[in-house]
Design a protein around this ligand. Sequence first.
Ligand SMILES: NC(=O)C1=CN([C@@H]2O[C@H](COP(=O)(O)OP(=O)(O)OC[C@H]3O[C@@H](n4cnc5c(N)ncnc54)[C@H](OP(=O)(O)O)[C@@H]3O)[C@@H](O)[C@H]2O)[C@@H](O)CC1
Ligand SMILES: [K+]
Length: 480
Amino acid sequence: MRTAYCVETVRAAERELMARLPEGALMQRAAAGLAAVCADVLGRVTGARIVLLVGSGDNGGDALYAGARLARRGAGVRAVLLAPDRAHSAGLAALRAAGGRVAEDPYGALRAADLVLDGITGIGGHGGLRPDAVELVRATLGTDAVMVAVDLPSGVEADTGEVRGEAVRADVTVTFGTYKPGLLIDPARDYAGAVRLVEIGLELPPTADAEALQYRDVAGLLPVPDAESDKYRRGVVGVVAGSARYPGAAVLAVAGALRGGAGAVRYVGPAADAVIARFPETLVHQGPPGKAGRVQSWVVGPGLGDSGRDFLDEVIAEDVPVLVDADGLRLLDAARVRSRTAPTLLTPHAGEAAALLGVAREQVEAARLASVRALAEKYGATVLLKGSTTLVVGPHPESPVRVNPTGTPWLATAGSGDVLSGLAGALLAAGLEPLDAASVAAYLHGLAARHASRGAPVIASEVAAALPAAWRDIRDVLRD
Ligand SMILES: NC(=O)C1=CN([C@@H]2O[C@H](COP(=O)(O)OP(=O)(O)OC[C@H]3O[C@@H](n4cnc5c(N)ncnc54)[C@H](OP(=O)(O)O)[C@@H]3O)[C@@H](O)[C@H]2O)[C@@H](O)CC1
Ligand SMILES: [K+]
């Protein structure tokens, strides 16, 4: 599991560690790791032209000490001090002692740089870059210099991934001790480039603030049938989806459920002919959901249209896990969801989330973490917010947010959400907790899209068809 911790927790761990270490030792660890990554990126340090953008806090101190290390190895290092009277004095002295200098012509130095170290702000920064910093950072655009951010790209919010104004766009971010949530969550994640973690010995609490499943975690969670399994042990999913206008949504949700390992899929709705034509293994039911036979989880909403309200109400009243997506979300009553005893999983995209929260879509996109938490609280449900970085949170406000690392922009295609809902529904039916079902589904879905796409446009039914390949990929790690 890749984990990330908020600033408050990082600072507490830092204080505790600092009390046990000689003065300045922690910053030296950070600077040593930072300099090593810079050397790696440069290939050859001797003769390299390096510019340090140095803010008024310890983030600037890290940059100065790393600059000193690189200067000792033969690099030409120039520091641009954004607040000369508040720059880290010991760091600056170390840089000077190593042969580095304060830049006399900052813009000239930036134009000629091979590498720029962004030490303007780290975890102490708030709000976007200030105007003087904006000007300097703009001067690096269009040059060949590699931008390496110290701890975080300056201008992003460490805890939330929000970007309130301008921020540094890094090629590489060297972060210390732990990932910060902003390095995993868009839009900030997109500013970080490749992230390298430098261990500095922080002892962090067992529960993280954000976490991203890795192959091995997903492999451990995937339900795998054994010799005793029958369709009920594997899980029977009920799908209430589709309408005369959108029969395809039903087909795609059923595809996701079948490829998600369901023992059986029961389909309820007006698109039975289309579903059977494509997937004859589906059990279709003509009456209301309550009479469809045994179901271990329901998926309701894709392509349902307005006419599905009665079916939605009936499904919500069932005492099994229910996933609500798309049109189902619009028709949903928060109080009814909150009063359910079995788990509920909601899977909105940003537009649907915005409608449910009564805000603009842009607001959800700019504050994805706050939005998904607000929805989880409003509905007392687990919520998966689709998007560039899909987020999943449980109803408990203290639980970590799960960030999906496998997304790809090719997934932004009609019907891909329907596949995801069927897939997550199958995992719920197999008995996974909603947080696991949703995050494993997002992971598989992203991986399947990558398989199907390989850099070219992909359509939703191909994503569903590529799920077995993604599944095999993941199970392969268990053989290592
Ligand atoms: N914690 C750890 O484990 C370790 C931490 N380490 C390092 O320390 C860093 C944290 O250092 P930090 O606390 O000194 O804060 P930092 O990020 O340098 O910025 C604060 C300064 O910036 C200023 N400022 C604020 N917003 C601004 C803006 N938008 N634009 C411009 N300026 C802005 C603000 O000044 P003011 O608002 O008063 O003008 C304040 O002076 C951390 O990220 C890591 O690199 C490692 O060395 C070792 C392990
Ligand atoms: K920085």
